[in-house]
Design a protein around this ligand. Structure first.
Ligand code: ZN
Ligand code: ZN
Length: 391
């Protein structure tokens, strides 16, 4: 089979699929239309198709004989963003937009499903095509709970994220943690209300909050090796009712992101540092506090064996290795849950091109993708699956 040629012939269809998804974006667990399009397409490819975890879709393609099973994953959800691009395929759903590239992820994977389904006599084992809802929150866990890794048991998982920070065509690939673990937090500083003319009579939680915000930044450079990525950022702060009142409390929240080899012990230590500083500052400044940590994604952890398979697949797709760059980032992705269960690899496929206007950050209202890149993603999916199953 000539995979390169077959994918090339499918290019127009892949782009059309992407544009269709782009025009009708649906946010997490509301991907009903999206799921219908995916279900219909996979069914027409002649595979067993199931709906899993509300709006998730799983297609199972069985090869010529029993063998291992590889899971290929695309996420399906859009974002609550009003699109500002003036393009023929602009979002028709007000206030919703595929601003993260998941429309492209689905199109690439459907392309791979079509090509692989015509070659099921040429591999052993199975390919599980997983279309996962609600990535922006955490839909992967719901799919795993619903049994997506069983029957047949999944032996490896692979996924691609289109990535505008990388130049069009580049592949970001690395071993170990490549997307950060994320822990969210809420901190409430409880002071004592009063008049701003006599703040000494009260306890001002605003000045305490500002001390906490500043001091927690020191964890990243004074309490942690700067070569182990750690990022503490406040995204929300609320307090006060009037300019002349010492307020009673300040509520604030944010994210703690980190990429550690040993995630469990590293996380425990890091959260301990955060609470120690909050507790110490509040004690020193006469306030009470409440702190709550809300676990979000663990890190996306790439397995060296699967990384190697992908590396060879990329080389075959592009004809050279120059397109691969070692890459990791502080963003998170719930593909992390798959990587915790089976040997996996998540790679980044660059779509950033200034000329094509596809260099806006993800989640930006002008985000767009370089559609010329989609066929590469499809081919890497196909080659990685075949390489894993036929080795
Ligand atoms: Zn996103
Ligand atoms: Zn995304």
């Amino acid at each position: 089979m000539n995979i390169h040629q077959e994918v090339n012939e499918l290019k127009g269809e892949i782009v059309a699929l992407r544009r269709d998804f782009h025009m009708y974006p649906e946010i997490g667990f509301e991907e009903y239309r999206t799921a219908e399009v995916v279900t219909k397409y996979l069914t027409e490819c002649g595979m067993e198709v199931k709906r899993v975890a509300k709006t998730g879709v799983v297609g199972l393609l069985r090869g010529k004989e029993t063998g291992k099973t590889i899971l290929l994953r695309a996420d399906m959800d859009a974002l609550p963003v009003e699109e500002l691009n003036d393009v023929p395929y602009k979002s028709k759903n007000q206030g919703k937009m595929h601003a993260c590239g998941h429309d492209g992820h689905m199109a690439m994977l459907l392309g791979a499903a079509k090509v692989l389904s015509t070659h099921k006599n040429q591999f052993k084992g199975n390919v599980k095509f997983v279309f996962q809802p609600n990535e922006e929150v955490t839909g992967a866990m719901d799919m795993i709970d619903a049994g997506v890794l069983a029957d047949p048991k999944v032996d490896a998982a692979f996924g691609i994220h289109l990535w505008s920070p990388l130049k069009s065509g580049q592949i970001g690939l690395a071993n170990g943690p490549v997307m950060a673990a994320n822990e969210e937090f809420e901190i409430t500083i409880l002071g004592k209300p009063g008049h701003t003319s006599a703040p000494q009579e009260g306890v001002d939680p605003i000045i305490i909050a500002s001390t906490i915000i500043q001091t927690l930044q020191s964890i990243q450079t004074r309490e942690t090796d700067v070569l182990t990525p750690t990022s503490i950022v406040f995204g929300r702060i609320k307090g006060g009712t009037a300019r002349n009142i010492v307020t009673e409390k300040v509520e604030m929240g944010g994210t703690i992101r980190f990429l550690y080899e040993n995630e469990e012990s590293g996380k425990k230590e890091l959260l301990g540092k955060v609470e120690r500083l909050v507790k110490g500052i509040c004690a020193a400044m006469r306030a009470e506090y409440e702190i709550k940590f809300i676990p979000s994604n663990p890190a996306v952890m790439n397995h060296p064996e699967i990384v190697e398979l992908v590396r060879v697949s990329v080389k075959e797709t592009y004809g050279n290795e120059g397109t691969i760059v070692p890459y990791m980032c502080m963003g998170g992705d719930d593909f992390a849950y798959f990587t915790q269960k089976v040997p996996s690899t998540y790679c980044f496929l660059g779509i950033g091109s200034k000329d094509k206007g596809s260099n806006y950050p993800h989640h930006h209202p002008r985000f767009d993708i370089d559609e010329d890149i989609l066929a590469y993603g499809t081919e890497v999916h196909i080659r990685t699956a075949l390489r894993f199953l036929n080795r």
